[in-house]
Design a protein around this ligand. Sequence first.
Ligand code: SF4
Length: 369
Amino acid sequence: MNKIGLYVHFPFCKSKCKYCDFYSLSDRSYARQYAKALKEQIVAFGKLAKDRVCDTVYFGGGTPTVFPTELLLEIIDTLKEHFRFAPLPEWTIEANPGTVTLEMLGALRRAGINRISFGVQSSDDKLLSQIGRVHRYSDAVEAVYLAKTAGFDNISVDLMYALPAQTVEGVLCDIEQVTSLPVSHISFYGLKVEKNTPFGRDPYLVLPKEEEQCAMYLRGVELLAQKGYLQYEISNFAKDGLYSRHNLRYWRREEYLGFGAAAHSFFENVRFSAPRDLTAYCALDDFSLQSEFYSQSTVDEQEAFEEELMLSLRTSDGYAIAFLPPQSKGYVTQLLTAEYATLADGKLRLTPKGMLVSNAIISDLLCML
Ligand code: SF4
């Protein structure tokens, strides 16, 4: 039976971070109505996926842990009722430091959530406040230990680099700090300034110079490896093989269904998404795919081929060289000579240096198709 992943979007946060372009609001008065709508969509999509078994579930946002715990538990029950599950599924919840209690974490763990991902971003309190985070680093340390006490053995943290006024030493210090915690997975992202955010609108925003940003990434990747965190994707690192099974599904073009406002799905070769509109989502009375609510597009053969190339080069799986056109041979040789990529077992894999410029490499290769 084919496998599927489920994603549930919780578009609520305590307040908005200055760089964030995700769909989330600080007004949580819609929580109950939103939970009701989510349950209706779960029932509708459960019918679609009758012949699939689910092996990963991901609660993302926003900040799912600012959503009332009793409603989170109801969503978990509804998913279990309407989908068939494989043995030992991965259930992840995203959380922010300062939004969890031992009681809440214990309830989520008992309900089956077995992986938690904290948005830590930095160990520097001054920097945290500059980017609009509402927690301090000590809250992050406390949250990780609370999760451990509540029975979570698979804990992930997010860190950011290329933040305003950040230094290479600061980034390495962040990595030293978080790797001394009981975390099995680290996501290490560079700041991207998006137009419709306070950072995007700030004419005085000064970011570290490009060569400094490169050094942050390359030295960060090196230190993570020394600490035992293996890179399996441009921004993701895991110990003891504890990769995010759910996120791997995106990079491997496997099917998933998304629930909630702004959630995306990929099912039977169609990509579809709900609009970034909480009130419209809550007011919807037809969640079936016949509804005009969703934007839908079928992926044709050429697009599927391009997606496959783009996504697999992001990961340590790499891309089968046999699928590249003959005219790319010279370019691939250049990549190998300049140590942007390696070639082994018939797979082209980007090195960390290549991952830094992966967008340019991927678009060069796409032009040759
Ligand atoms: S906590 Fe996360 S989702 Fe919420 S505003 Fe900040 S970055 Fe965005």
